[in-house]
Each structure stands twice: as C-alpha cells, then as structure tokens.
Write a protein that binds this ligand. Sequence first.
Ligand code: DGY
Length: 324
Amino acid sequence: MRPRILIARAIFPEVIDKLAQHFDVTSNQDDVLWTPVQLMAQLQGMQGVFTTGSERIDATVLAACPTLKICANMAVGYNNFDLEAMSAAGVLGTNAPDVLTETTADFGFALLMATARRLTESEHFLRAGLWARWRYDMFTGADIHGATLGILGMGRIGQGIARRGAHGFGMKVIYHNRSRLDAATEAQCQASYVSKEELLRTADHLVLVLPYSASSHHAIGAAELAQMKPTATLVNIARGGIVDDAALAAALRNRTIAAAGLDVFEGEPRVHPDLLTVPNVVLTPHIASATVPTRLAMAHLAADNLIGYLLHHKPLTPLNPAVL
Ligand code: DGY
C-alpha cells in the first residue's frame, strides 16, 4: 500500500503532482485554515504531512495521530514544531534551509533600504495628493552606504545580509550571535563580533535574523530599544515574537528609534494595531522568501524530504536525526 500524506496548505500544483507519483495525497488547495482539531482529523491515517510553518505540531497532535512518521516544513524556521515532542514520539521533522538564503537576504536589504529611505511613507504622501513642491528636508532619511550595519543572528541569511552590506554598500558590519563565526567566515562577511549591548548601542541599522525560541522571545523590547540610537532603523525578517511589537510601536511613536521595517509579527497575520498607526514603519506580510523560484525550491525540498524518508529512509534536511 502506498503511504498516505497530507498537504496542509495550498501549494504549487506541480509539487502535488510529484508527490502523487509516490503517495496517496490529500491536499488542501482551497487553503482552508484548519483549527488544531481539524488538522488532527485530517491527519488520521497519514504517514506524512507537508506543512508550511503555520501548522503547529505538538504533543497533543502527535498523540492523536499515531501513524505520523514525518512532518516536512516548507520553511527554514520550524518554531511551529515541538521538536522535543516529535523526537519523543519518533516523528521526524525536516525544514527547508539554504534554498531561500540569498532571496531572503535580498529582501532583508530591500526592507532595510525602504525603511531607512522612507519609501512607503513618501509613496503614501504622493498617492494622497499631498506633494505640492520640492523641499530640502522632505522625507530625509538615513544613509545606508558607509553606515554601521548590525546583525543579530548570524546564520546563513545573516551572513548573506552582511556580505551585501560590506561588499555592496561599503558598510561597517558588526554582529552578535550565540556563537562567534570562524575567522574565515568573518573575513568573508567583513563582520566583527560584538556584545549584544554594543550592537544595540552602535548600529545605525539593526537587522534581526535569529531563530525564534523561548530564549529569543522579546529579545528586542523596551529596554533594548532604549539602548539604540535615536537615528537607528530596526528590521525584523526573522520571526514575530522576537520583537515586543507594542514596545516597538511606542518607541517609533516617541522617536526612541527613527524607523522600523517588519516582515513578521507577533500573532501574525494579526498586526498590533499601534503599528498600523505610526508612520515610520514599513510593513510587509511575511514575504521575505517570496520569489517564484525560491518558493518552488522550498516546496520541492519539503516534497523531497517526504519522498526521501517515507520511501528510502533518507531525508535530505532532518531536524532531529536521532529519530533515524
Ligand atoms: C521561513 O522559511 O522560515 C520563512 O519565514 C517562511 O517563508
């Protein structure tokens, strides 16, 4: 009998076709947002599930779905997985690293530039018919070139942003990470390791690229924002919950920092209402990896993990390989 898998969200038809060559597939092309109870009902009798990062797989789901063997996330982040519970239940988790690194780093830079140069604020002004004449101080922002770029979280995407800043824009790059990079990687990124305090104090632009976990929850809150320069910009392309969004909205309103660019939000797709009313923030709906080739590559990698594990016991990017 062919293994049964569930594709929990709408996905490229060609990836469904590929999976259907190997599995009995149930897909959710209507993109219904299932509650946890509905997800558990859909998972009955399934050996694998293709998730997109928004479906929570925890001890309750695992206990209710004893046939499940693998959860393949079409995302590099996997904070929707309780990996400990999955390991305890003998369920493999996989993610989709590497294929999105450069695209996400491109977007981090785009959001940084849009934020520092006040792109959306000035466009709203123009669209509202408010542009009557040129003025010397109209929408003056902060320079990117030559500025100090701070990066919190220096994995593959952080390194991609560092390379763009150092090599493309002549920026001085500083970073803070759980562990320091080796000397060769630091040299390639032209990045210097500093304490979190120094990062906050000296960065002109601070980009967050760290994974979300209990220890990174509200890594940037009121106290951290108060340490930043009043001219600084903050960019979050990592995960909602790393920034205390209420504290950030207050800091933007009070000009504790100059501006923020946010692609991710606490409790998204809901956005803290205070963020919607401050002008000095650029808001995007979690699209950092959203190019067609990259989203396709992410989907194919998740599919290949399902095929690799369920058919050959060889997943490509396992998160808890001890299960193997
Ligand atoms: C990821 O891969 O973790 C992204 O946030 C999802 O697009």
